[in-house]
Write a protein that binds this ligand. Sequence first.
Ligand SMILES: Nc1nc2c(ncn2[C@@H]2O[C@H](COP(=O)(O)OP(=O)(O)OP(=O)(O)O)[C@@H](O)[C@H]2O)c(=O)[nH]1
Ligand SMILES: [Mg+2]
Length: 652
Amino acid sequence: MKKTIGMFAHVDAGKTTLAEQLLYMTDTIQERGRVDHQSAFLDRHDIEKERGITVFADQATMHFNGSTYYLIDTPGHVDFSPEMERAIQVMDAAVVVISAVEGVEGHTETVWQLLRKHGVPTFLFINKIDREGADVARVFAEIRSELSADVCMITEEDVLHEGVMQSSLMEAIAERDEKLLELYMEQGVEVSRWLDTMTAMLKRGQLFPCFSGSALQNVGVSHFLHQLDLLTVTDYDPSVDFAGRVYKIRHDEQGARLTYIKAMGGTLRVRDEMAYFSGTEKITEKVTHIRLINGGRVTNVDQVQAGDLFIVTGISSAAAGDGLGTLSGGRTVYELVPTLKSKVQFESSIHPKDMLREFRLLDAEDPSLSVQWDEHAQAIHIHVMGIIQLEVLERIVFERFGYRITFGEPEILYKETITEAVVGCGHFEPLKHYAEVHLRLEPGERNSGIVFANACHPDVLPVNYQHLVAQHVGERDHHGLLTGSPVTDIKITLLKGRAHNKHTHGGDFREATYRALRQGLEKTVNILLEPYYHFKVKVDAEYIGRLMSDLTMAKASFEPPETAGNKVTVTGSAPVSTMMNYSMELAAYTKGRGTISLVYGGYGPCHNEAEVIERKGYDKNADPEYSSSSIFCAKGSGYAVPWDEADRHMHV
Ligand SMILES: Nc1nc2c(ncn2[C@@H]2O[C@H](COP(=O)(O)OP(=O)(O)OP(=O)(O)O)[C@@H](O)[C@H]2O)c(=O)[nH]1
Ligand SMILES: [Mg+2]
C-alpha cells in the first residue's frame, strides 16, 4: 500500500523530531538527526538549520510493514503556512502534533480547520511528555473542547494489533454506529469488524485517534507507528487513466522547472503526454524525466503509479493545486493568504527586469507572493505573511541568484469593494480597432473574491470573445478607485458586448473590459477593506483592565472575558493593522506570562478608511493602467468620452 502522511502543528511542537524518529525506526536513516544539532534529515536547508525551524515542506520515503510511506514535514511557523496549505491536498492522513506543555495553540486550530475542510483523516500526537509541566490529561481535555469531541485516546494498553480492543474504544465506536452496536448486543462482533468500522470512521472524519509520547526520547513512537499503519488504508488504482495533482513547484540549479506531483490514479511513464489547463488554455506536454525524492536524494525512474509522489520535468506551467490528466481543470483555492505587502529594494546597478525574472521563479514556487511589477514606478512588490518570511527571502535571493536585496517596511494589504450593484460599459474603438463590453457588478459575499458569470447570448457576442472577457477579468488584480488597491468580493457578469469582424484585434477586449469595470466602479459606492485577525489572549487576572483598554483602542470586537482560576481569556477579532505588533507589548506588560494567538480571519470594512485614503494619496484619474473613459471613432479618428457621458454613446 502507498500512503502519504503529513506532519502538522504549531511551531516547535516537534513535527520534525517525530518525523526523524519514524525514519530512524523504519531504518530509512542510520543515525537520528536532531533539530538542535542541525543534523535533521528533513531540515536540510541552512536557513532551517540556523533558525531551528522548518521553512520548506520536505519529504522522505520510508517502508514499514509492506507499505511505502511518503512523509511530508510541514512548517509550523505562520509565515510559511501557505507552503503547509499547499501540501495538504495530497495527504492520505495527517498527524497533528501538540505539545504536552503548551497544549492547543493558535496555529493548531488553523491547521485543524484546514484538515477538516479538505477531509484528511487525522491522528493526534501529544508530544514532549518528558518535559517538566507536561500534562497529557489537561491537554487531551483541551483538544476535546477546542478541536473536536470526536478525539479518542489510544493508549498502549489498547494494543489494536494483537487482536484485542479495549472496551472503552469499542464504546466510542459503537456510540457512532448504531447497527454495529445492535449486532454487538445480539451476537458479539469480531475485532476485525470493529477495526474496519474504526478505519471507515477515521476516513469520514467521525473519529480521531490520539496518542501521547516523546518524539525526542522515543517514548510511545513505536506504538503510534503501528496504529497509524493499521488504521490508514488506501486503495490507489494503477490501471485507470492517469490522474495527478501538483503540490509543489521548484527549479533546479539550471532554472529548469521541477513539478512535484502525486499520482491519484493510473500510471505515468517517461515520455508520456500529460494534459492540464493553464487558465482556460488546455496544454499537452511530454514528461521528460521522472524522479523520486527522499530527503536530499533524488533517483531517476522510468515509471510511477497511483499513490506515488515524484518530480517531473518537461511540464512548463502547471501550478501547485492544478489537476492533471483526468483531474485536469480542477484547481485548489487557498485560504491562508498574506495580509502584508512589501517593496523589493536593491542597488541601482541591477536592472529591475533581471530581478523581476528571478522573482517570477520564486512566484511560481510560492504563488502567495503574488509578485507584481509596477511599470510606472519600475518597482517589484510582493505579498508577504510576515517579517521572518522576508528575512528568509533575502537569504534565498542571495544564495540562489547572488543578489543582495532588502525589503521595504511591510504595509497592510488593503482591498476595495462595492456596496451597490451597477452596470459598467467600456468601448474601445481607435481607428481600425473595435470592442464593446457591458458588465454587471454586484457586491459579493465577504472574502469570496472576484466571481465571474456569463449571461451573454452567443448571438449577441461570439463565444470566443466571451472567453476573452472572462480571461481579462481573471488575469490580474484590478485597481480600485479609492487607493488603487485590488478590488475584491464582486460578482462580475458579462451582459453583452460587440466585436467587429474586420477591426477587432487582440487586446481590444482587454481595453474594453478594463474600461467597463472601471466605469462601473465610478458609478457606484466604493469602500475600503482591511484584513482582520481572530485573536485569543490569555492573561493573569490582574492585567485584564489593561488588556480591555488596549483592545478597545485597537478597535477590536470581542466576547465577554472567560475566567478559569487566575487566568482570563478574551477572544474576538481586530484589524491586523492595530494588532500586528501587540504580542511584544503584551509580553512586556505581563512580564512574558500573557499569551496571544493571532489567526487570519479574512477582510472586513476598514476601521480608519478616510485616514488610509488620505495617506495613500491615490489619484484615480492619473492611473497609467486604468481609465474609466471610453474611446469612440468619428471621421477616421478616435476620441475619448468621459465615464459619465459614455453610456449614451454605446453601440449595443
Ligand atoms: N523535551 C522534548 N523536546 C522535544 C521533543 N520533541 C521535540 N523537542 C524539541 O522541541 C524543539 C522543536 O522541535 P522541532 O521538531 O523542530 O519542532 P517542529 O514542530 O518541527 O518546529 P517547526 O518546524 O519550526 O514548526 C526542538 O528543540 C526539539 O529538540 C520531545 O518529545 N521532548
Ligand atoms: Mg519542523
